[in-house]
Design a protein around this ligand. Structure first.
Ligand code: NAD
Ligand code: MG
Length: 385
């Protein structure tokens, strides 16, 4: 039986690569639903090619345009955030790939978990915002959460059922500013920040990678996915992005997963687990990649990474606070409203201003996200960062 897959965010970097995986294995996978935020043309093209049962466009203003473009096809067309949350519950779906960006991924992911659909989780923000709640829900409903993030997929591939982990070692490329001085980082542009050395990804995660907020978020993601405290999760800078992450066991043995930087592999592994399937593409040639190097991350230059560790340490709704502040700061940086280093300033100020809640409920997370977006936007508007 073919696995029926719903892709939330099918027009993005992860979404389009997931469709390549499905195209390569028409005997294994079938698209049940595709969703996007704004990109009607691409979504319509994808629907024409993959024949899903349903498509959802989150932006309701684009509904008529999409409906019109797909009028000759037997596909159900829906619009709005509510429809997106409902589509994941559809009976035949086996796997929901959460490939949308940001806080907006939280509610549909929770709905899919409750509907007992296996989650192929790319949307790390879901676990940053509400990791405790989401993993408890997954346990309650016996719903598996399979990592798509390359580091977490690497760790997942290295784990041994019977042996506890001593340490998780997350590798980080260091991004485009790895070798920049603090002085140089003061004036970096959006164009420079959007040029990742090893990966081609959506704009938000590319900026997060340049600031290393992405790695901080990945520490939080790893904590919840694998139940390992942050004190046992180490970040090591590995500029070649060939080792995707490592696990150290109690006897000192370290297992690493290596491969070319290609997100199709972790996406496919989340679909095919526990099996491995064939996959086209360039293979790792050790003659070509004959030097693998490692460095300690610099928490003084990459303050976002330090702030993420602080958010974990303070706990409660602090990771939710840092996520919302970061979403607003990154959007402002992409609109040239604040500087690269200004993002850390504004995030830190928000963390010290927003209401702290030690044991948040889902409603508290929703309220926190709203409050923080307002605070961060006001800070950005009121002063020069
Ligand atoms: P992207 O910007 O390329 O694509 C985002 C997708 O989500 C698009 O299809 C867009 O239409 C949809 N979307 C955006 N906002 C939405 C909203 N409010 N409601 C509904 N849909 C919305 O992003 P990406 O690089 O594919 O990343 C997606 C997620 O995967 C992020 O959480 C990111 O952190 C994670 N991730 C990405 C990579 C990568 O290589 N790109 C690697 C690891 C993890
Ligand atoms: Mg990653």
């Amino acid at each position: 039986m073919k696995k029926q897959i719903a892709i939330l965010g099918s027009t993005g970097s992860i979404g389009t690569q997931a469709l390549q995986v499905i195209e390569e294995h028409p005997d294994l996978y079938e698209v049940y639903a595709l969703t996007a935020n704004n990109q009607v043309e691409l979504l319509a093209q994808q629907a024409r090619k993959f024949h899903p049962e349903a498509v959802v466009i989150a932006n309701e203003e684009k509904y008529l345009q999409l409906k019109d473009m797909l009028a000759d096809l037997p596909v159900k067309v829906y619009a709005g955030a509510e429809a997106l949350c409902q589509i994941v519950e559809s009976g035949p779906i086996d796997i929901v790939l959460t490939a949308m960006v940001g806080y907006a991924g939280l509610r549909p992911t929770m709905n899919a978990i409750k509907a007992r659909k296996a989650i192929a989780l790319a949307n790390k923000e879901t676990l940053v915002v509400a990791g405790e709640l989401v993993t408890a829900l997954a346990e309650q409903y016996h719903t598996p959460i399979l990592p798509v993030d390359s580091e977490h997929s690497a760790i997942f591939q290295c784990l041994e059922m019977q042996n506890p982990v001593h340490k998780l070692i997350l590798t980080a490329s260091g991004g485009p500013f790895r070798t920049f001085t603090h002085e140089q980082m003061k004036t970096v542009t959006k164009a420079q920040a959007l040029k990742h050395p090893n990966w081609s990804m959506g704009a938000k995660i590319t900026i997060d990678s340049a600031s290393m907020m992405n790695k901080g978020f990945e520490v939080i993601e790893a904590k919840w996915l694998f139940g390992v405290p942050a004190s046992q999760i180490e970040v090591v800078v590995h500029p070649q992005s060939i080792i995707h992450s490592m696990v150290e066991f109690e006897d000192g043995a370290v297992k690493a997963q290596l491969g070319m930087p290609d997100m199709r592999l972790p996406i496919q592994f989340a679909f095919s687990y526990p099996k491995r399937e064939s996959l086209s593409g360039e293979r790792l040639d050790f003659a070509k990649f004959n030097t693998l190097t490692f460095e300690k991350p610099d928490l003084n230059r990459f303050r976002n990474l330090a702030l993420a560790y602080e958010a974990i340490h303070r706990g409660g709704n602090m990771p939710c606070i840092i996520n919302a502040a970061n979403e607003v700061a990154v959007a402002a940086f992409l609109k040239d409203q604040i500087s690269f280093l200004g993002m850390s300033d504004v995030i830190e100020k928000t963390m010290n201003t927003a209401s702290f809640i030690a044991t948040p409920t889902y409603e508290d997370y929703v309220a926190t996200d709203t409050e923080v977006r307002r605070i961060t936007a006001e800070l950005i508007a009121s002063s020069k960062y």
